[in-house]
Design a binder for this molecule. Structure first.
Ligand SMILES: Cc1cc2nc3c(=O)[nH]c(=O)nc-3n(C[C@H](O)[C@H](O)[C@H](O)COP(=O)(O)O)c2cc1C
Length: 240
């Protein structure tokens, strides 16, 4: 039988929506924080839940002093995102809270985004496990035909990982690897992060100018000078 084409519906752009952001134990939490900021800055609201592994990797990668049981994740995230404590635009749920609104198809989630998405969560979502709120929210997006974006990250990928991704793509999920491009000539880590975040926002139907859009080689100007043999950037490039 021929593979089914992706049927991920394109979300209607630009009305205020509540997105579900699932944080799992893959590397790449700076993407998640930048994505959360971008959505909030554009007037959207966020439901967030982190797996136990997600909490650990988030703490490590972003330097957030979150309790390992995640009890203060809401407070820490609100500070990191520049929100008042208790701001209703940010709701944080324990991953065990399967009674939380994102667990039901009746809750109209704008899009469900697992960012970053571990190979473990990918496998469980592709098998329909729904063993925590993050997996359940993804399962709900699939069953309701809503946008599900998996910002997967691992290197290298095994055949199991690739098969799970293919299965999810055929079911309509967007497999959006945390693999920033270099054709926009990034100068900083933030440029790299923004490139991936821009791609996620595009697939979530959120208008943005977070990342530059490609307009051809000519528009990019001359290539930057390569670093010298010791890896030191030429002086003329400072401040660009
Ligand atoms: C620092 C760190 C980085 C990790 N990076 C990845 C990764 O990039 N991709 C991945 O699939 N797993 C990664 N893992 C392993 C996952 O955290 C682990 O498989 C975990 O069980 C995933 O659980 P979850 O899917 O419930 O979040 C990492 C673990 C640690 C401690």
């Amino acid at each position: 039988m021929p593979a089914r084409r992706s049927r991920a519906p394109r979300a209607a752009p630009d009305r205020t929506r509540r997105f579900f952001l699932g944080l799992t134990g893959a590397s790449g939490h700076p993407y998640a924080l930048a994505l959360a900021r971008a959505l909030l800055e554009r007037g959207h609201a966020l439901d967030v839940s982190a797996t136990a592994a997600g909490l650990k990797v988030l703490r490590h990668e972003c330097g957030l002093d979150i309790a390992l049981d995640g009890s203060d994740l809401g407070a820490r995230l609100a500070s990191a995102l520049g929100l008042e404590q208790g701001d209703p635009r940010l709701r944080v749920f324990d991953a065990s809270a399967i009674e939380a609104p994102p667990s039901s198809g009746t809750a109209l989630t704008g899009a469900v985004i697992l960012c970053p998405c571990s190979m473990g969560s990918l496998a469980r979502v592709s098998a329909g496990f729904s063993s925590n709120l993050v997996e359940r929210a993804a399962d709900v997006a699939l069953k309701e035909g809503r946008t599900l974006i998996l910002v997967v990250r691992e290197a290298p990928y095994s055949a199991i990982h690739l098969e799970n991704m293919l299965r999810m793509a055929r079911l309509g999920a967007v497999i959006l690897p945390a693999s920033p491009g270099f054709y926009h000539r990034p100068r900083t880590l933030e440029d790299l992060v923004r490139h991936v975040v821009g791609k996620v926002l595009d697939r979530a139907g959120v208008a943005h100018e977070v990342s530059a859009r490609w307009s051809g080689f000519a528009a990019s100007g001359p290539a930057p000078e390569p670093p010298d043999e010791e890896g030191v950037e030429p002086r003329g490039r400072a401040g660009r």
